[in-house]
Design a protein around this ligand. Structure first.
Ligand code: BGC
Length: 388
């Protein structure tokens, strides 16, 4: 087999060449970044149900790279500089579309649709009609069901070196949901090292929709064995507790005095083993936080790796955030990038969303989309580096 290796040379990051001491220090550490990250781009070329899959590369002026495949409209790699300007891939993933298809963890990096997180027993009623979705998580539906958007081949258009547009047409009745739904997701990598994800969708029948991106992050670099040392803050004074199958009870409770209080930054590992029923249900954090603000301009969460200095800020127009601490990763296979195994809590997800099970929870913000309306939402993941 002919391997078409695309040598990603990520150099230089953030180089401003003025002659003071500090900058000299930056310059010498920048040399370390002459490091190659090998990607076999041909491993993403496949034909599934007559549609071609590929990998796309977005870059910005700082050498940051975002790799996306149209299989599941998913983020494959996010390559950002660490505090020594070393290129660091902070997103877990696999080396080929075939491995993504094996579905050990089918959601790595993917766009989730039609409905992020769980719907109780896969049932809901809309305009007096009962709908039954595919069940794929015990007696519940998770992330759209087994026929969800993560396994679809999206139509891709590379708009320019910073922007990729992906579209998917989901037929009426697909995975049990009503309405023909047209979805477009635009990924933009900006020169301030932000990944902006803009979602739009329309339907021809009243339906429910809750789209998100399911990137698994490790800011120490993917393959590092723990995220428990990462410092996290979430601007949420409330969260939605769940039952033992991780369906919200319907209550909206204060985080004050609980392990769910991330209003001030703390290590993810600080309270994760606390004697708390909610943490037991999730095997760690696997909960929806009710965001104090969702104006798209105020950071709703910040995460920092002490090891690499890489920091991520999140902005969104969504009302909720699922914080999942990688509790179902097992590390039993070596399918990860470069043969790595991804062990228990070696990644975290921060999925912007409407609240889980909203179609069955009248007190939660609505997820109903009607013909004539346009679903519009936007989330940004911004990468910074703390050089100290
Ligand atoms: C859910 C977890 C689930 C994971 C699967 C998260 O969004 O909240 O319960 O195991 O996705 O990747």
């Amino acid at each position: 087999m002919k391997l078409n290796f695309n040598l990603l040379l990520v150099l230089p990051f953030f180089l401003a060449c003025t002659a003071n001491q500090n900058d000299e220090k930056k310059l010498s550490s920048a040399k370390v970044s002459e490091q190659k990250i090998l990607i076999d781009t041909t491993a993403y070329n496949l034909t599934i149900n007559g549609k071609k899959t590929k990998i796309f590369e977005l870059t910005n002026q700082n050498g940051v790279k975002l790799l996306i495949t149209n299989y599941g409209a998913r983020v494959v790699s996010i390559i950002v500089p660490d505090k020594n300007d070393r290129p660091t891939d902070v997103s877990l993933g696999y080396d080929s579309v075939k491995t993504y298809q094996k579905k050990d963890e089918p959601y790595f990096g993917a766009i989730i649709g039609r409905f992020g997180n769980r719907i109780n027993e896969g049932k809901f009623t809309l305009d007096g009609k009962n709908y039954q979705l595919q069940l794929n998580d015990g007696k519940n539906t998770l992330h759209g069901g087994k026929d969800g958007f993560f396994g679809k081949v999206w139509d891709a258009k590379l708009v320019n070196r910073n922007t990729l547009q992906l579209s998917y047409f989901s037929k009426d009745g697909e995975a049990g949901y009503p309405g023909n739904v047209n979805t477009t997701v635009v990924y933009t990598l900006t020169d301030d090292n932000s990944i902006k994800i803009d979602y739009t969708a329309t339907t021809d029948k009243t339906t429910v929709l809750n789209l998100t991106n399911h990137t698994y992050f490790n800011l120490n670099g993917e393959g590092d064995h723990s995220i428990l040392d990462h410092e996290l803050s979430i601007a949420a004074n409330k969260y939605t507790p769940v039952n033992e199958t991780l369906i919200p009870t319907g209550k909206i409770e204060s985080v004050k005095g609980t392990p769910f209080d991330f209003t001030t930054a703390k290590a993810i590992g600080k309270d994760i083993e606390a004697d708390n029923e909610q943490l037991k249900y999730g095997k760690g954090y696997d909960h929806n936080f009710v965001l104090d603000k969702n104006d798209g301009k105020t950071p709703i969460a910040t995460v920092k790796s002490i090891k690499t200095g890489i920091k991520m800020e999140i902005f969104t127009t969504e009302p909720g955030l699922q914080f999942y601490s990688g509790n179902f990763l097992t590390g039993t296979t070596k399918d990860g990038k470069g043969g790595k195994s991804y062990s228990f809590r070696s990644a975290f997800c921060l999925e912007t969303q409407h609240f889980p099970d909203s179609p069955n929870q009248p007190a939660f913000p609505t997820t109903v989309l009607k013909p004539g309306q346009t679903y519009t939402t936007s989330t940004t993941y911004k990468f910074l580096v703390d050089k100290n």
